[in-house]
Design a protein around this ligand. Sequence first.
Ligand code: FAD
Length: 295
Amino acid sequence: MVYDAIIIGRGPAGISGAVYTTRANLSTLIIGRFDSVLLKADKVENYYGFEQPVSGKELLLAGKKQAERLGARIIDDEVVSIEKDVNFKVHCVNDSYEARTVLLATGSPVIKAPVKNLNKYEGRGVSYCTTCDGFFYRNKKVGVLGYTDYAVHEARELVPFTKDITIFTNGAPLKISDKYKDVLSQFRINEKQIKEPYGNDVIEGLILEDGSRDELNGLFVAYGSASSVSFALKMGIATDGKSIYVNEKMETNIPGLFAAGDCTGVFKQISVAVGQGAIAARSMIETVREIRKDG
Ligand SMILES: Cc1cc2nc3c(=O)[nH]c(=O)nc-3n(C[C@H](O)[C@H](O)[C@H](O)COP(=O)(O)OP(=O)(O)OC[C@H]3O[C@@H](n4cnc5c(N)ncnc54)[C@H](O)[C@@H]3O)c2cc1C
């Protein structure tokens, strides 16, 4: 099935968007984990309509029920890549889905790889985009920095280019879903803590905490889950490096792809995320109606 709208993220921005798309009769799939940053808020008292403080968790649970009552389908999964053809193909850890429009509502990218001097080699052997840079590492020795499904996904993306791939977890235990456990044998896994990368003009390897060195021609960073910025790098979505650029209709520079909430870097508050989600949804509704008219 081709959904009218896939919404990536089930925080305030994503759920608010879904409330509007479903009520406009757009088939809507929401993909995300129940891990919004709002869960950390014990007491919210600056959101409209609550006389007494309300917890972030209460708001999120109510939003989930509201979207489901209106007809949205919510699945607990993580998106690892998005492709645009005629429609969008959204690949998750467990399945893939297709849609006419997509809303990125993934919150702000929080997990930064905690490795000293990594930024020194960005663009000089350290990359955040296997799709963009994998080709430069044909038959070379590469590393993937990460410990989750996203890291395994990125390592698999590199297999057509090289078989010499090590996943560096930087001291973290691997957190991989069953689906990916079978493919791990293709890669070397190094679970040692990383001290820092070394090299001259370009990265030449990693110095590990125990003083040993691991030579590398390239290192791909895939730490935590794929963020809005990871999707942006792969798809050519315009950003300022941290946040997605959107216009007043919440459109990105890719037709049919919208963004809302903390991932746009505007005042990071629930009311803003909810408002942007609504505007994005209105634009998605217009886009889908145009497509239906043409088709
Ligand atoms: C401690 C704390 C207290 C706060 N208190 C307040 C307050 O009192 N008032 C207020 O207005 N704001 C408060 N905020 C800010 C507020 O929580 C955020 O502005 C709001 O949650 C942003 O909503 P969002 O939908 O953009 O992103 P989020 O709520 O962060 O939701 C992001 C969603 O994207 C999903 N996601 C991310 N990556 C992927 C992926 N690869 N695949 C699938 N899904 C993905 C996540 O699973 C999650 O569901 C607080 C924040 C914190 C941290």
